[in-house]
Ligand binder design. Structure first.
Ligand SMILES: Nc1nc2c(c(=O)[nH]1)N[C@H]1C(S)=C(S)[C@@H](COP(=O)(O)O)O[C@H]1N2
Ligand SMILES: [Mo]
Length: 415
């Protein structure tokens, strides 16, 4: 009864509100006085530019940003897994591929974004600046998109080149939240521009625009942006694609350069562990349901040793495969009195402080035969910079979670 009486009232209210919003959004805004229309705001200050070029570039950028967003989100989920997310341990090099693609699409976007901004920047000086509230909102959305895209590319490049001084915020947090903002603005922008893109892709406008802009210029810009994107990819992707490492002249890292033929991000000196890691009195403390035990280097070497080939895949986009030898984590978990299929292991480094001084290993990695507390790399005792005396190495896991200079394992079993 009550519900029936309510209904005819509620619907018109919602509709009336919507009508009012539409009306408000379409109210013309005051046009600024004509004498302010100077410099770039002059009529014909730029001549016209091709909608087709802008759309094509937009399409390329949209695809690159979409892939970059998806792979970046994946990397975030792996590092901060919510309850519903489980990352598999096979194929062992999957993260190496997704993160390589993340960094490569980001880098390739730089010339594409440059060309896109070149092709649209005259619109910055549209007159009047905003026709109505809807137009103003659209422009604010584009401003957010441009700012977000620039922020993502600049902060990404700074992080990959390990230059943190210009970033007063923690890179990962800033990069993650601005990604959502940029992605949202991109969706809105695509929604608004879809009809234009559709028309221009079908080429209906091509004839009409031939007189407006010489096709030569348009093709040159597109070609130039494409070539630049290709060159950047070719000269950086070798940091993760081994056969191209010889031409990786722009890559911040080469997969073969470093002690024992493997790159290092954080050295023992940088982590402040040179003394503690080379101390002959080193022990690994393993705590679990069976109580704590302390294993010296000799005790660790006396346990069954296993050899695996696994990559280090850094979030910064470089990766390198290597042969690791050591003790299976699941053997240590069993010795600690826990079931590897249900165990969570907190891995702590000798390193004091620092964001990457510890990590957590969860199923399926806890029981995976490839997850090692490694003592050797490529048949030799681990180099101090690679985590001597002992480091974690596990399949399909971001480099930041492959904890070096391991001092303590705390094993907990979940029900
Ligand atoms: N304790 C500790 N472990 C760490 C780090 C660190 O800063 N501290 N850096 C991680 C990062 S970012 C990467 S990519 C790998 C690199 O391992 P490698 O130096 O042996 O190549 O180590 C990881 N392990
Ligand atoms: Mo890393």
């Amino acid at each position: 009864m009550v519900r029936h009486a309510d209904r005819p009232l509620k619907v018109p209210v919602a509709r009336r509100v919507r009508g009012m919003v539409t009306w408000l959004m379409e109210q013309p805004l005051p046009v600024p006085p004509e004498r302010l229309r100077r410099g770039p705001f002059r009529k014909e200050a730029f001549g016209a530019r091709s909608t087709r070029l802008t759309s094509r570039l937009g399409l390329l950028l949209g695809v690159a940003f979409g892939i970059c967003f998806a792979t970046g989100l994946l990397s975030h989920l792996i590092q901060h897994p919510p309850w519903w997310f489980r990352w598999p341990s096979r194929p062992v090099g999957l993260y190496r591929v997704t993160q390589g693609v993340h960094v490569a699409t980001g880098l390739a976007s730089i010339p594409l974004l440059g060309a896109k901004l070149w092709s649209v920047y005259p619109r910055l000086f549209t007159w009047p600046p905003a026709r109505d509230l809807r137009h103003a909102a659209e422009r604010a959305g584009v401003a957010a998109l441009v700012a977000g895209a620039l922020f993502q590319l600049v902060s990404g490049v700074l992080n990959v080149s390990r230059w943190y001084t210009p970033m007063p915020f923690f890179f990962t947090t800033g990069h993650y939240w601005v990604a959502w903002l940029t992605f949202g603005a991109l969706l809105v922008h695509i929604g608004v521009q879809l009809p234009v893109v559709r028309r221009s892709v079908r080429g209906r406008r091509a004839g009409a625009e031939a007189g407006v802009e010489r096709g030569v210029e348009r093709r040159h810009v597109l070609l130039g942006a494409g070539i630049a994107a290709g060159l950047i990819t070719l000269t950086t992707v070798g940091e993760t694609v081994r056969p191209l490492s010889g031409v990786a002249v722009l890559a911040p890292r080469r997969p073969r350069i470093g002690p024992q033929g493997l790159p290092v991000n954080k050295t023992a000196l940088g982590a402040g562990v040179r003394e503690s890691a080379s101390d002959p009195a080193y022990t690994l403390t393993v705590t679990g349901p069976a109580g704590p035990m302390r294993l010296g280097l000799e005790a660790l070497q006396a346990l069954p040793q296993h050899t695996v080939v696994l990559p280090i895949a850094c979030v910064e986009g470089w990766s390198a495969s290597a042969t690791w030898t050591g003790v299976r984590l699941r053997d240590l978990v069993k010795m600690a009195g826990a079931d590897p299929a249900r165990a969570h292991v907190l891995v702590e480094s000798l390193q004091q402080g620092g964001r990457y001084g510890s990590s957590t290993v969860e199923p399926p990695l806890t029981e995976d035969p490839f997850t090692l507390i490694a003592l050797r790399l490529r048949g030799e005792v681990l180099h101090l910079d690679h985590g001597y005396p002992a480091r974690l190495i596990a399949p399909n896991r971001p480099g930041v979670l492959q904890t070096k200079w391991v001092a303590r394992l705390t094993v907990k079993e979940t029900r």
